[in-house]
Design a protein around this ligand. Structure first.
Ligand SMILES: [Zn+2]
Length: 238
């Protein structure tokens, strides 16, 4: 039904359109993914444009027309995340986080935990650029899996329930597996398993670290779980 509504959003992506407009991919807490048109946003004196940069957290008034895209009629900045744009590592991690949300959460179904997670990640990278590490990025991705309903089974064998000798990870079974059920799995070291467990249980700001080899295994476990169960392929976290 046409009309206006207010919402908060993170700008995931902004694409040039026509002479002076932008098409925005927004992620909102109460409407999931929203597509919007910001008319005249690329004009030098546009009040909209400067506030609608990707990675910004904003408060918007959107107008629903008959088309697929809403139109932005008002925008206020909640958090511009200016500091994170000034350094390469946090900027890249923030872009990765938005990309993951863009690929994994593409419906209009609201997912407030996923929205809060993204906001926390962006403000952490903004306030503490030194936290822009591979381990932290993997922790974010793992928590995003949880918010999206694809968290891997880590406490017991995903195939038979055995709680000991969990030395493999099976994307198709959806988690760690024991020696008996290891067909179709790849080796997961105790350190990598521990990393996944602690990363899932800790707040983002206290994400654990682990040796590179363990992080690579954790990365593979996360990526292949997504490919298998969400049919989404994300770039690996290097
Ligand atoms: Zn088993």
């Amino acid at each position: 039904m046409p009309g206006s509504f207010k919402t908060e959003a993170v700008v995931l992506r902004s694409i040039r359109y026509g002479e002076a407009d932008r098409v925005l991919h927004l992620y909102t807490p109460d409407r999931g993914r929203v597509g919007a048109m910001a008319k005249g946003a690329r004009r030098v004196r546009s009040r909209l444009g400067g506030r609608l940069e990707p990675l910004s957290r904003v408060r918007l008034v959107l107008h629903e027309g008959r088309g697929e895209l809403c139109t932005v009629s008002q925008v206020d900045t909640v958090h511009a995340h200016r500091a994170l744009r000034e350094r390469r590592a946090p900027l890249e991690r923030a872009a990765q986080a938005c990309e993951a949300v863009l690929r994994l959460l593409d419906s209009t179904e609201p997912n407030p935990p996923a929205y809060n997670l993204l906001c926390n990640e962006l403000s952490l990278l903004d306030a503490r650029p030194e936290r822009a590490t591979r381990a932290q990025a993997l922790s974010f991705r793992l928590k995003l899996l949880l918010a999206a309903g694809f968290a891997p089974e880590l406490a017991s064998c995903a195939a038979c329930g055995e709680r000991e000798h969990l030395g493999g990870f099976s994307p198709s079974a959806g988690g760690v597996v024991c020696a008996t059920c290891e067909a179709g799995s790849f080796p997961l070291s105790p350190e990598a398993h521990h990393f996944l467990v602690i990363a899932l249980a800790s707040p983002l700001s206290e994400a654990p670290d682990a040796p590179e080899r363990s992080l690579s295994q954790a990365d593979r476990a996360i990526a292949e779980t997504l490919e298998h169960h969400a049919h989404v392929r994300l770039r690996r976290v290097a």
